[in-house]
Design a protein around this ligand. Sequence first.
Ligand SMILES: NC(=O)c1ccc[n+]([C@@H]2O[C@H](COP(=O)([O-])OP(=O)(O)OC[C@H]3O[C@@H](n4cnc5c(N)ncnc54)[C@H](OP(=O)(O)O)[C@@H]3O)[C@@H](O)[C@H]2O)c1
Length: 240
Amino acid sequence: MAGSPARVLVAGATGALGRLAVADLLERGALVALAGRDTEALAELAAAAHAPARTVDAYDLDACAGSAPWARAALGGLDGVLVTVGVAGFGPAAEVADATAEHLMTVNALCPMALLRGAVPVVGDGGFLAAVTGAIVDSPLLGTADYTASKAALAGWLGVLRRETRPRHLTVVDARLPHLDTGFASRAVAGTAPPLAAGADPAPVVHALVEQLVSALARSLPPGNAIPGTGLPTPSDPVH
Ligand SMILES: NC(=O)c1ccc[n+]([C@@H]2O[C@H](COP(=O)([O-])OP(=O)(O)OC[C@H]3O[C@@H](n4cnc5c(N)ncnc54)[C@H](OP(=O)(O)O)[C@@H]3O)[C@@H](O)[C@H]2O)c1
C-alpha cells in the first residue's frame, strides 16, 4: 500500500546537518518545510527542494514558536520537527563574555525550545520532536563551559518534554551527535575550539538520525496503516 508522505519541518535547514537531513528526507519521499536564517541560501535550497521556506532568526522567539504552525499550514499537516540550529562558542568559563553566553543560550537552547514548544500542539499524535544537542552533554571538554551549558539546558528540557508528551505517543529525540566534519567549530562566535580529533563523516550519522525519526513515525501508527515516507506497512504490533 502506498503511504502518505511524512510532513516534516527542518529548522536550521541551511546548515550542514540541516541540508543533509533535508536531502535524506526528500529521498524518502517526505514533504519538507524549511526554516533558516540565511534568506538567500534558504531561497536557493527551497527552490531546489520544491519546498516552502520561512526565514527565522534565533533571537525572534515568537517567529521560532510560529514556525511549526506555519509548516503545518504549508504542508497540510505536520508529522515531525527536526531542529539543527546551533552555534559554537569557546573559552574558559571564567573568561567568556556575558554577551557570548547569552548568545549561546539563545541560539542553542531558547530557540530550539521555542520551535519545539510551538510544535507540540500542532504535530500529530505519534509524531516526533527532535533537536541536535551533542555528545558534549555527556563529555564536556575544557573551554566549552558555556556551549556545554546551552546544550545541557536543551537536553534537560527535551527529557521533561519527552515524559510530558508520552500520552500522545510523541517521540522526543535528543540527538547527542559526535564531533562531525562540518566545520561547525570553526564558525564559533567566540574563542577557539579545544583540540579535537578529526570529525566523523556527517552523512551516515544524519542518515541514521533520519531513519530513527521515520521509524518512530512508523511505530506510532495503528497497525495496517502505511509508514509515512516509505510506503511500507506498519508492524502489526506497534511499540509505544
Ligand atoms: N558538526 C558537529 O560536529 C556537531 C556535533 C554535535 C552537534 N552538533 C550540532 O548540530 C547542529 C548543526 O551543526 P552543523 O554542523 O550543521 O553546523 P552549521 O552548518 O554551522 O549549522 C548551524 C545552523 O544553525 C543556524 N544558526 C546559527 N545561528 C543562528 C541564529 N542566530 N539564528 C538562526 N539560525 C542560526 C545556521 O544558520 P545559517 O545557515 O544561516 O548559518 C545553521 O543553519 C548544531 O546545533 C550543533 O551544535 C554539531
